[in-house]
Structures are given as structure tokens and as C-alpha cells.
Design a protein around this ligand. Structure first.
Ligand SMILES: [Zn+2]
Length: 415
């Protein structure tokens, strides 16, 4: 038996099984420190991150992030064709199950109001957006012409009133304390009202690997499936109407599996927890496939001449993991990133430099560039080529996107 720091966020028991250790080298002062274990609850089979981070620490971290971040997922803005298509489908699904156009609907974590806009097109009149980001709230008001308020899910003012339908899309995978969120949700939903929930689909992580271990990151600490949605909802007084999974397109063009469900507020005291017999097996395949790709990447880095300096380009979830690898021990190393929120921060005391200074830094001492944002590799190569255009010397660039395609087809062929 493994005694977790974090009780199961669904059934609240403290009895779990170790699944995988995730190691990070994070920005100095990041609340998650060196990583966490992924574990499985022995009561309800839920797979989650056993982090000792607190909700207050996470809130401060998200508050800072939201000042800069462009939200690509969540209910998005619908500004790209893929994003709009995804939001139209969700709105149509809601319309099929909720024919009354006068009901009051809240989208918690509404981002730029993309889903609310599609619901409005379908004739829903009574729409409210909620988002922790002030700019998202402003954009929602301007684009949708509905009410929108700046609240985090934890501090929604009671004066906002009650709703017939509350939407939580790509929110619950981030929440440390799910029971308290469900209690707050209960204050917002009328008796007989509905909740729509959507998250990354843990049962299908293995099918598309965007980068090794990408789904075990600093932000996604709960790994939902149809069964865990149903268990969570039922334990807090919601009956299942419908659950399923679907494939979304990310703005990068990659597919992404999501799980979603619609639940009705109608307590069922006789509900017994459902066990999930598939989740662990599928997560284990995901771990094996990720591990293979990770090891190949480590090997390619180890093969770079030891006297050669290495520059990591793209300081995100994959770089956080790669920086813990022995392949980078005792290497001269530089870190580069495009995102203003990362530039000037430090990892183990090493500063993240602005990507647009890369050619200048190269002139001081040459390095091999390792692209550490796998799904954005093509765009980053172009940026690097642009940066070195007027320079007489070009760096060696290593990218690992090629490894993903191979592994992906392998993963499919095993099932
Ligand atoms: Zn549990």
C-alpha cells in the first residue's frame, strides 16, 4: 500500500498504488518543486498526480500565468477553423440535450467566449462567462455581448445567482481539491439543473503522444475517463445523462482526445462507485511508449560531442523533464524561449534567454540547438533559420518530431 500526500480527489480515500515517477527541473520557486508520483486510487481506480503542492500555491501560479497566456484549449476563442469547429460541435451537443433556449448557462473558464458565442448563434439567450483573466472577460463581453465576470472557480460571488447549466471545459484536470469545487458547483446549479464537463481523455493518452510524458505535466494533475467523471458526479449528487469521448484538433494541427459528459443534479444515495478496469493498462502503454521516445532522445543528446555546448529551445513541459536527464549532466548548456513569461526566469540558477538573441549568443560560443517543443518543431526551425539568416555561421539543429510519428503508429498497432 502506498500512502499518498493527496487523498483521492474523487472518493477521498488515502490508499493508492504507485504508477510512475515524474521528475521535473522547474523554474526556481515553482510550487511543484522536483515532480510527483502518478498514482492510482485503490478505491475508485482514479489516476492522479500525488503532488504536495497546495491549492493556494497553484492559484498564485495560475494567476501569474493568466496574465500572459493565450488559451488554446478550454472553451477557447473560436479564432481558428479547428477551434471554431470544436466549439460548434460542443454547442450542438448541448442544444440536442437542452432544447429550452431560455435556460441560464454559465461557462466557467470561458477563455475568450468561443463556446458562448456558438451557443448564442443557436439561439441561447441567457449566457454568462466566468474567467480568472481580465482580458478574457473583456473579449467575451465584446465578442459575445453577454455578461462576463472575472472570478476564479474558487471565488465566484454568490450574487452571480444560479444556473440551469454550468459548463466546465478543460478545468477539472487542473483542480487539486475536486470535492470543494463540486460543493461550490452545487451552490451554482439549480435542483434538476445540468453540468457539462470536458477534460483530456486519459484512456486514450497512448494513442497520440505529443511529446513523451506530455500528459504528466505541471498543470494536469487529474486524469479523467468516462467512469471517473461518473463517479465524481454521482458522489456529489449528479446523475449521468451521457458520457463519451471525442477527438479535437489542436491549433498546431495535432489530434487530441477528450472525454466529456452531461450530468443532472438529482442525488442518488444508492450509487456505488464504479471500478475502471481499462485505465491502468492504457496508462501503462502510454508510459512505455513515452519512455521509449524519451530514451531515444536522451541517446541522440548523449551522442553530441561532449565538448559541444547544447542550447535547449522551448522551455516548457518537455524541457522540464529533459533537464533532469543524465544526458545533460556536466554539459555546457543554454536555455532559450519565445514566451515573455519564461524569459528571465531561471532553472537551477540558469537563466532563460530570449529566443531572438540566439544568433548573438552563438557568436560568443557555438552550440548545438535541441528543439524541446516537439509539436512546434517546424515553426521553431523557421524561427532559427530566420535568426541566423544574416549570420555567416549556422548551428546544428536537433529535433525529435520524427520519433513521434514512428511511435504513434506502433502504439496503434498494438491494439
Ligand atoms: Zn478514489
Amino acid at each position: 500500500m502506498y500512502k499518498p500526500y493527496r487523498a483521492c480527489p474523487i472518493c477521498s480515500i488515502e490508499d493508492a498504488t504507485f504508477v510512475h515517477e515524474v521528475k521535473f527541473a522547474l523554474f526556481d520557486k515553482h510550487p511543484m518543486k522536483n515532480g510527483y508520483n502518478v498514482i492510482q486510487c485503490n478505491g475508485c481506480s482514479f489516476v492522479y498526480a500525488d503532488t504536495h503542492v497546495t491549492q493556494d500555491e497553484l492559484d498564485i501560479y495560475y494567476k501569474e500565468l493568466s496574465k500572459y497566456e493565450d488559451k488554446n484549449i478550454g472553451t477557447g476563442g473560436g479564432f481558428t477553423p479547428e477551434d471554431k469547429d470544436r466549439l460548434v460541435k460542443t454547442a450542438v451537443f448541448i442544444e440536442e440535450h437542452v432544447p429550452d433556449k431560455n435556460i441560464r448557462i454559465a461557462d466557467i473558464g470561458c477563455a475568450n467566449g468561443g463556446l458562448l458565442k456558438e451557443l448564442k448563434h443557436l439561439g441561447f439567450q441567457n449566457l454568462v462567462g466566468v474567467d480568472p483573466s481580465a482580458s478574457c472577460v473583456d473579449i467575451t463581453i465584446a465578442e459575445v455581448g453577454c455578461e462576463a465576470y472575472q472570478y476564479s472557480i474558487f471565488n465566484i460571488d454568490k450574487n452571480i445567482g444560479k444556473f440551469d447549466l454550468v459548463i466546465l471545459s478543460h478545468v477539472l484536470e487542473h483542480i487539486l481539491d475536486l470535492p470543494s469545487i463540486m460543493d461550490r458547483l452545487n451552490e451554482l446549479v439549480v435542483d434538476g439543473g445540468l453540468i457539462y464537463v470536458e477534460c483530456p481523455d486519459a484512456e486514450n493518452y497512448y494513442k497520440i503522444i505529443h511529446a513523451p510524458f506530455q500528459e504528466f505535466n505541471t498543470e494536469h494533475i487529474n486524469h479523467f475517463t468516462e467512469i471517473s467523471f461518473e463517479n465524481l458526479a454521482a458522489l456529489h449528487g449528479y446523475n449521468k445523462i451521457f458520457t463519451s469521448n471525442k477527438t479535437l484538433k489542436l491549433p498546431s494541427g495535432e489530434d487530441y482526445h477528450a472525454v466529456y459528459g452531461l450530468f443532472k443534479k438529482a442525488p442518488n444515495p444508492n450509487y456505488t462507485l464504479k471500478k475502471d478496469d481499462i485505465i491502468l493498462e492504457n496508462i501503462e502503454v502510454y508510459i512505455q511508449e513515452s519512455d521509449k521516445i524519451f530514451k531515444e532522445i536522451e541517446q541522440e543528446i548523449t551522442d553530441i560531442d561532449v565538448i559541444q555546448q547544447v542550447a535547449l529551445y522551448g522551455i516548457g513541459q518537455f524541457a522540464f523533464k529533459l533537464l533532469t536527464s543524465p544526458a545533460l549532466y556536466n554539459r555546457k548548456l543554454k536555455l532559450f524561449d519565445n514566451n515573455d513569461i519564461n524569459i528571465g526566469k531561471a532553472i537551477n540558477g540558469r537563466l532563460v534567454l530570449a529566443a531572438n538573441t540566439i544568433a548573438k549568443e552563438f557568436l560568443k560560443e557555438e552550440f548545438t540547438i535541441v528543439i524541446t517543443s516537439l509539436i512546434h518543431e517546424d515553426g521553431i526551425r523557421k524561427q532559427i533559420q530566420g535568426a541566423f539568416k544574416s549570420s555567416g555561421k549556422f548551428p546544428v539543429i536537433k529535433g525529435f518530431k520524427k520519433l513521434l510519428t514512428k511511435e504513434q503508429s506502433y502504439a496503434h498497432s498494438t491494439f
